[in-house]
Design a protein around this ligand. Structure first.
Ligand SMILES: CC(C)(COP(=O)(O)OP(=O)(O)OC[C@H]1O[C@@H](n2cnc3c(N)ncnc32)[C@H](O)[C@@H]1OP(=O)(O)O)[C@@H](O)C(=O)NCCC(=O)NCCS
Length: 141
């Protein structure tokens, strides 16, 4: 596997396809160009020409690092790659006072095994709050 920690040469259509099939949702190539471009740390893992996994961290350099958009290609899931991506992003984020993320419902155990603990007071405003409720990300009133 080749670990690429910058995204200068990434084909955003390929990354968008990874998120679609993982699945982690429909993320437009142009949106990914902006979100990865604005992320302090990014991680792309290739098996030859195949993009096997990806993730990124929004971070301020001292206080808070937010891990997001972690996904592994279905052909490579269950082989330890997701764990390696999180460990790599955690290493990149070392020195921050906190590293936070939110799990897709059903993935909490994956992050718990990697040392993350449930936050008791985490709250969020989603652009599509109704969908966030439907999918179990936030509680209703
Ligand atoms: C979640 C995801 C990134 C995990 O990656 P992966 O490469 O399949 O996971 P790994 O093989 O590295 O698993 C590491 C460990 O976590 C465990 N694990 C994986 N998924 C789990 C889950 N949903 N619940 C509990 N444990 C899980 C594995 O059994 C393994 O345990 P072990 O170390 O005791 O053997 C991957 O399944 C994926 O891309 N899913 C679709 C997109 C997604 O939901 N991303 C997460 C957004 S929050």
């Amino acid at each position: 596997m080749d670990w690429v920690l910058d995204h200068a040469d990434i084909d955003w259509n390929v990354l968008s396809n990874l998120y679609r099939i993982a699945p982690l949702g429909d993320k437009k190539p142009e949106d990914l160009r902006i979100s990865f471009g604005n992320s302090r740390y990014t991680c792309l893992v290739f098996d030859g020409a195949t993009l096997a996994g990806a993730g990124r961290v929004l971070a301020d350099g001292v206080d808070c690092a937010y891990i997001c958009d972690v996904a592994v290609h279905p052909d490579y899931q269950g082989l330890g790659l997701g764990k390696q991506i999180i460990e790599r992003l955690r290493d990149c984020s070392a020195g921050h006072r906190k590293i936070i993320l939110y799990a897709n419902p059903g993935k909490e155990g994956f992050y718990a095994k990697l040392g993350f603990r449930r936050m008791r007071t985490a709250m969020a405003i989603f652009a599509d709050q109704a969908r966030a409720m439907e999918t179990g990300l936030v509680e209703g009133d």
